[in-house]
Design a protein around this ligand. Structure first.
Ligand SMILES: Nc1ncnc2c1ncn2[C@@H]1O[C@H](COP(=O)(O)OP(=O)(O)OP(=O)(O)O)[C@@H](O)[C@H]1O
Ligand code: SF4
Ligand SMILES: [Mg+2]
Length: 357
């Protein structure tokens, strides 16, 4: 048995060929492969509508009504647990926990924090109400909420957004899960609170050896926190690999475009928005979804692109087999450019980076 961080056995979620469709038959997530091991943070990034949340919900077996499973499987430590149904239902919460974008909406407005958290600890093994309350107090302190006795008596509307997300994280960790799926956990929060919640997640991940699937729009967060990344567009993985490789030397025209669209105070050039909108895409499965917005497109792009090995685990789905000049479109292609995200300096803690930048 391999032991990971915090002395726990190494665990792994593998998603293979995940394909989801709407009731009308539109492919929304197309042949997505993804893996998360304990002790690592894997980021899933992409514009709105790219299929990030559906991928997460598919792993959790919580697909909304009207979304059809067309193919693929989910394995946990080698066992097929697709849909987390039947004997695998208890994996949700116990081994794979989740937090979402709007923590206030996730809490029952009629329940105090104490009722919610003690319920979580009772469900996951506390043998008495007293033990559950003691565990809740400990966990509130661990997620950075001082005065736990007061917080336990509070209703959700009495909490700030940041406090509510800390409560959700406390509830998610009640069972001591191996994995946490965090679907844009800071999008609804102000910038300072975002940084605090991300620091907390990173600290908890380091302390417990959790595997985290972090869904975000923010490539800065990916650069600071994630070891690996998958970039989605139109329900399809466009580029994947070590975060340092994908963001430091983006290969795929979409990743390059996404990076070029981000403001970068270190560069004199203003950000360049990606032409068109995320809704401009070829139907998944018919060709490269990015084709309508890609200035590198060729006739072949109307067919499904192959997976190009850039190096090691760094892969891109594109018909162009030669690395192009950074950003691939819009710029002067005769001039060398630098395009990678300004990656953090080695030896800098991400907490420092977030607060310095
Ligand atoms: N219940 C549903 N019924 C039909 N289509 C849906 C449903 N939920 C999502 N979709 C569609 O599936 C696609 C992927 O949606 P998803 O919510 O996964 O995107 P996302 O990447 O999480 O976007 P965002 O960044 O806005 O949260 C979108 O085109 C969306 O309109
Ligand atoms: S496959 Fe074609 S359209 Fe898609 S990113 Fe590559 S060059 Fe652009
Ligand atoms: Mg989403």
């Amino acid at each position: 048995m391999t032991l990971g961080m915090a002395g726990r056995p190494t665990a792994r979620i593998e998603v293979e060929g995940l394909t989801l469709a709407s009731a009308a038959g539109d492919i929304l997530v197309n042949d997505v492969d993804l893996a998360v091991s304990s002790g690592e943070i894997v980021a899933l990034v992409g514009e709105s509508g790219s299929g990030k949340s559906l991928t997460a919900l598919a792993i959790l077996g919580l697909l909304p009504r009207g979304i059809m499973w067309r193919g693929g499987r989910v394995r946990l430590n080698g066992t097929d647990v697709t849909g987390l149904a039947g004997p695998h239902a208890s994996i949700r919460g116990r081994q794979i926990a989740a937090i979402f974008q709007d923590p206030q909406a996730s809490l029952d407005p009629r329940w105090t924090v104490g009722r919610y958290l003690t319920g979580q600890f009772r469900r996951y093994g506390a043998t008495s109400q007293r033990a559950a309350r003691a565990a809740a107090v400990d966990m509130l302190a661990r997620v950075g909420l001082g005065d736990p006795a007061r917080i336990l008596g509070a209703f959700p509307h009495e909490l700030s957004g940041g406090m509510a997300q800390r409560v959700m994280i406390a509830g998610a960790l009640a069972a001591g899960p191996q994995f946490l799926i965090a679907d844009e956990p800071t999008t609804a929060l102000d910038v300072t609170t975002q940084a605090q919640i991300l620091d907390l997640l990173e600290d908890l991940q380091a302390d417990t050896g959790l595997g985290v699937l972090l869904i975000t729009h923010d490539l800065g967060v990916v650069a600071e926190m994630a070891q690996r990344v998958a970039v989605l567009y139109g329900g399809t993985v466009m580029e994947t690999g070590e975060a340092a490789d994908v963001l430091g030397a983006p290969w795929h025209p979409y990743t390059q475009a996404l990076l070029a669209s981000m403001p970068d105070l270190a560069q004199p050039a203003p950000p360049r928005p990606i032409s068109g909108s995320p809704g401009d895409r070829l139907a998944a499965g018919t060709g490269c979804p990015f084709q309508p917005r890609c200035r590198d497109a060729i006739a072949l792009c109307a067919q499904r692109p192959p997976s190009v090995v850039v190096s090691g685990s760094h892969r891109a789905a594109c018909h162009r087999s030669e690395p192009r000049l950074p950003h691939g479109f819009g710029g002067d292609k005769t001039q060398p450019q630098t395009s990678g995200y300004p990656l953090p300096a080695a030896g800098t803690s991400s907490a420092e980076r977030r607060h310095v930048g």
